[in-house]
Structures are given as C-alpha cells and as structure tokens.
Design a protein. Structure first.
Length: 203
C-alpha cells in the first residue's frame, strides 16, 4: 500500500450529502479485478451524460479540478453498499483525501485500508473550505498528515484530528497483511510451541 505523508493539489467541492458508493462508482465497474482505470468511472453518473459525454458543469470536468487531489464532501459520504471499488476509484483518479462532516463506517475503514485519508471535520468548517475550493484562485490545499494540518492557499492552516493507529498505518503504508506480518516473529514462536504441544494439527 502507498504511504501517505503529504499531499498537495486542487481541492474539489462536492456539496452533496449522502453520496453513496453506487454514486461514487456504479455497478457496471464492479466486475473489474484491477484498480487501474477505475478513475474513469468515479462519479460516472455525475460526470457523464447518457451518451457517455462529459457534463461540463460537473466539478471534476472543470479546470483545475480535473487534477483534484482532495475532495470536500457533505455528511454521510460513502454510505450504501460496502464496495471496495469506491476507494479504488478515488485513488485511481488521484484523490487521496476526502474531508467531510461524517462518513459511513465500512467506507471509512475501506479507505484507510487502501491508503486514502478521510478527515472528519465540523460541518461549518467544511463549508468554509468548500467556499474556498469553489474559487479556482483559492482551491489549492496541502495536507501534512504528520503535523495533522491543512495549509490553505493564503498560507493559513487548519488542524485536524485522526486516530493514532489509523495515522500510523497510513503514514507507513500498512495494509492488513503488512500489519499482521509485523508480528511474524511472535506468530512463528506460537506455531512452534503449538506444533510441539499438538503435533497432530500439523500432519
């Protein structure tokens, strides 16, 4: 998993509540077994019309938001089904951080396991950041995970909170398997002890 330390780029405002995982990445993309190319399907029904042409008014189809690295969203982002393709599509598009007043639990955990930083922030503060992001002249933001701060285009900074273990695994790029392998010595010692005491389990 890619580690997350700092991130800089345009922040795109998506001022909608209850954006579910089917809106993030619709069902026709779920047959994919590779993450590569899923960015095209991100917010497909918002981005494209029935002829698969871009809708020019959608935020990610406009400059400079085509290169968005950060997404500002409404409350309960990522609700709906527990499809891991949702964080995959965000990451493949280039968005590695989403800031919102709240997230669905399964989506939140899927994002952490795939290297996407989710920041929970007061609704009023998210609204202020959205207002800045709505202006191409002030949409640039930088995130420093170690310092737990967001630097805005004018140089001011906004602090954020994150649970310490989630911060650790994101900064070190640790997925569930890599976290387990950190205990490899203890696992091997347990297996050796168990094998001596219960050899029939290993026949």
């Amino acid at each position: 998993m890619k580690n997350f330390t700092t991130l800089s780029g345009p922040a795109a405002p998506l001022n909608m509540i209850n954006v579910d995982t089917d809106q993030i990445i619709p069902k026709q993309y779920l047959s994919a077994i590779s993450r590569a190319g899923l960015g095209k399907g991100l917010f497909h029904d918002f981005r494209y019309d029935m002829a698969d042409k871009e809708k020019p008014d959608f935020i990610l189809n406009r400059e400079p938001y085509r290169d968005a690295k950060i997404l500002l969203a409404g409350d309960n982002f990522g609700c709906g089904s527990s499809r891991e393709h949702a964080p995959w599509s965000l990451d493949d598009f280039g968005i590695r951080c989403v800031i919102a007043p709240g997230f669905a639990d399964i989506f939140f955990n899927n994002c952490v396991k795939n290297g996407v930083l989710l920041i929970v922030m007061d609704e009023a503060k998210v609204g202020e950041l959205m207002a800045l992001a709505d202006n191409p002249q002030s949409c640039q933001m930088s995130i420093d995970l170690d310092a737990q701060s967001i630097t805005l285009a004018d140089g001011s900074s906004v602090p954020f909170e994150i649970e310490s273990f989630r911060k650790h695994r994101l900064m070190n790029g640790l997925d569930d398997i890599e976290i387990t392998l950190q205990k490899n010595a203890e696992i091997s010692a347990f297996e050796a002890k168990q094998k001596a005491a219960m050899p029939w389990l290993y026949r």
